[in-house]
Design a protein around this ligand. Structure first.
Ligand SMILES: [Ca+2]
Length: 386
């Protein structure tokens, strides 16, 4: 009789829960416990965490020649200055037609988002500014960005993030310097795809509130912190770094170090002005502008729970995912809210490609190539099943 009752009760309970659980604070199935003193996970050469595609431009160093580029009369290859290597291109101010340096893109670039950038060294500028510009086949300006002429005699990065999926095709990548007079140098131009990205982590933490890095990809490209040590110790920060500029997207309502499981998410969209958003248990923080963020590629090492300076995280880490998209779905906030109520982080939304997946069970990760690479378990961190 007891057995019969169980048969009756168990399915009834399951049905009562419905197809979707609505509770937050769902535990991870497995999790890695990091003690904050000796334990972290690492991999020296993740096969790919790249949130940019390969370089589209040719001959981006000008170390040997200027092949592939059209230089107007006032643009000259020189070894007087260089951002990378020994050579750059000097540009003296003048009319547009006398100062441009451009590369014609073949095929034209369309159907996805791009990051365009170049390094500029301003010596002097009167009546104008050095400019990076993307043009269509009719030489109509699609997007442009200027060097800051108040920053003299130093290299600065000029960045454009442009959505060629909804805008016109890019035909020309151009640097110029319309001014009455002046001198600047250009070096290391770049044009790459700019993937959107979504980071998700199921983590619980209690006790200390000092900020610690959850995920760091060395070479300063992608950084995911728990809290911040500067303005309150209780923030969740999705912190992105392109090697030059750091931009933080804060969820500042106060992260409770309450020993409960919480789902944290951060989105990276570089086009537009509201692309950086952090989420805590499905609730969105204030959006920030990431449009000046340059390339996020260049990963040469992966750290989970360590900041590369030996500062370690004290937390229990369940799932950790980084998903990239050609374009993040517009309804991503509702998907994150849904994910925050699930026992396991659900499959990525349509169009997403998982570039990092940490499973606490295996201390392993899966990258975008589908191969699974075992992380080095420093300090013998223990895995727990919940
Ligand atoms: Ca160079």
């Amino acid at each position: 009789m007891k057995r019969l009752l169980l048969f009756l009760i168990v399915p009834t309970l399951a049905l009562a829960q419905g197809p979707y659980r609505v509770a937050v604070n769902q535990p991870a199935r497995y999790a890695v416990q990091l003690d904050g003193t000796s334990q972290y996970l690492s991999k020296s050469s993740p096969s790919s965490m790249d949130l940019n595609g390969s370089e589209i431009l040719s001959n981006t160093t000008w170390e040997v020649n200027t092949t592939g580029w059209t230089l107007a009369a006032k643009a000259t290859r020189t070894s007087d200055q260089a951002h990378g290597g020994s050579y750059s291109i000097a540009d003296t101010g003048g009319t547009l037609e006398t100062t441009w340096i451009y590369q014609t893109l073949s095929p034209t670039i369309s159907g996805y988002k791009v990051t365009a950038e170049a390094w500029c060294y301003v010596v002097s500028a009167a009546g104008g500014r050095p400019r990076l510009v993307l043009l269509d086949a009719g030489s109509v300006t699609l997007a442009q960005a200027y060097a800051d002429t108040s920053k003299k005699n130093q290299w600065q990065k000029v960045v454009i993030n442009y959505n060629a999926a909804v805008g016109n095709a890019i035909k020309y990548f151009e640097l110029d310097f319309s001014a009455t007079s002046g001198l600047c140098y250009w070096d290391d131009p770049s044009l790459t795809q700019a993937y959107d990205a979504l980071l998700l982590a199921r983590v619980k933490r209690s006790g200390t509130t000092t900020y610690r890095d959850l995920l760091r990809v060395r070479a300063g490209t992608l950084n995911y912190k728990l809290g911040t040590g500067t303005t309150g110790e209780n923030l969740f920060v999705c912190y992105m770094h392109d090697g030059t500029t750091a931009l933080a997207s804060n969820y500042s309502a106060g992260f409770p170090y309450d020993g409960q499981w919480h789902l944290w998410a951060g989105q990276i969209v570089r086009t537009g002005t509201t692309g950086g958003v952090s989420y805590f248990d499905g609730k969105a923080g204030t959006a920030v502008n990431l449009s000046t963020l340059g390339k996020l590629s260049g990963a040469d090492g992966l750290l989970i729970g360590e900041n590369s300076a030996g500062i370690l995280l004290d937390a229990t880490v369940g799932e950790l995912l980084v998903i990239r998209f050609d374009a993040l779905p517009s309804d991503i906030a509702s998907w994150i809210a849904y994910a925050s109520t699930q026992r396991f982080i659900p499959d990525p939304p349509a169009g997403g490609t998982v570039v990092l997946k940490l499973l606490g069970k295996e201390n392993s990760f899966r990258d975008q190539s589908g191969t699974q690479g075992i992380l080095t378990n420093n300090g013998n961190a223990q895995t727990t099943r919940y």
